[in-house]
Design a protein. Structure first.
Length: 306
């Protein structure tokens, strides 16, 4: 694209190169590492929405490699641009060639990664509510199963880099449908009633899929943070699917949602608390606690793996 930073820089490099010899040309293409406030805001938005789920909010790496400045500086601007543009077969999406990011956004992200990591943004009730989408309210959902799927023998397969799941018949291996989700779905859970599928991406986006619909699809979705790994619906007797819970790495908190709509009800911070005293519901703990502490253990287990 004419007029973009990269082509302008290349143009400048070529002029200097022809005047002063090639040794100077590479210096002329040094990127400007100072980001304006506006650029920093845009880069933060792109990073925390689209990159942090795989690279970690502090850029220390997860599914994706660490992107701390000791590494990015060694790679250099041109390599970063190429990586972000073309991706790699090892799981880095091709943001440029897929058209997801423009040339100038990629230039910005390469310069951003050469700067020290920024403090990740908070994600509280206003942000959650804004991200919450109740596509099909409970009273608009079927009252019995409307399809001939064998939902007791169904695989939910994470299509990691596409940000999708495939639902595959366990008898025939037929792909029944593909559903858009968060990035790199980490956990899939079935509701107590066997009807809903809950999936959570590493970017903390939860999808609730109704397997009773004629064409099973997302009936509710929400983003509960910037980076997360696990979701579960309440299974305890008397509380079946009343609530859903999801734990986030960032911000360090868990969120309790309505089990049928994913409406966020309560956010509990886990910042600065020890495992022993994270007693989020002491008054009626006998009911709420076993389920939540079980989930928390699971989140912990996964964090040691990834
Ligand atoms: C779906 C997961 C995923 C997402 C989302 C993702 N990356 Fe990556 N990224 C990876 C993986 C995996 C690698 C390592 C690939 C390899 O080694 O070939 C990687 C590698 C990279 C590298 C090269 C690191 C090195 O050591 O050379 C850069 C730069 C990078 N990613 C930037 C980004 C940016 C910027 C974004 C957001 C716009 C992003 N990534 C989003 C998975 C991801």
């Amino acid at each position: 694209m004419p007029g973009t930073k990269i082509s302008r820089l290349v143009g400048v490099a070529m002029i200097f190169g022809s005047l002063l010899g090639t040794a100077f040309a590479s210096n002329a293409a040094e990127p400007n590492l100072n980001l304006s406030d506006e650029e920093r805001t845009q880069a933060n938005k792109i990073f925390f929405e689209r990159c942090a789920g795989c690279h970690g909010v502090l850029r220390k790496g997860a599914t994706g490699k660490p992107l701390t400045t000791d590494i990015t500086k060694e790679r250099g601007y041109d390599t970063l641009v190429a990586f972000i543009t073309y991706g790699s077969p090892a799981g880095m999406p091709n943001w440029g060639t897929s058209g997801e990011l423009s040339e100038s956004q990629i230039d910005l992200m390469a310069r951003y990664l050469l700067n020290e990591p920024q403090t990740p943004p908070e994600f509280g009730m206003p942000e959650m509510k804004a991200s919450w989408n109740l596509a099909v309210p409970p009273d608009k959902r079927p009252t019995k199963k409307m399809n001939d799927w064998d939902i007791d023998n169904l695989f939910s397969v994470t299509l990691r880099d596409a940000g999708q799941i495939a639902l595959i018949d366990g008898n025939t291996y037929e792909i029944k449908t593909i559903i858009k989700t968060g990035y790199a779905v980490h956990i899939t859970r079935i509701s107590a009633n066997g009807r809903y599928l809950l999936v959570i991406g590493r970017d903390a986006r939860i999808n609730m899929i109704d397997l009773w619909m004629k064409e099973p699809a997302t009936v509710a979705s929400i983003k509960i943070g910037m980076e997360a790994r696990s979701v579960e619906s309440s299974k305890m007797k008397g509380f079946e699917d009343k609530y859903a819970i999801a734990g986030a790495y960032w911000p360090p908190q868990f969120t309790i949602m309505d089990g049928h709509t994913l409406e966020p009800l309560k956010i509990v911070s886990t910042r600065g608390m020890t495992v022993d005293t994270q007693d989020y519901h002491p008054a009626s703990g006998a009911r709420g606690k076993p389920q939540s502490s079980k989930i928390w253990t699971r989140v912990g287990d996964q964090s040691s793996r990834r």
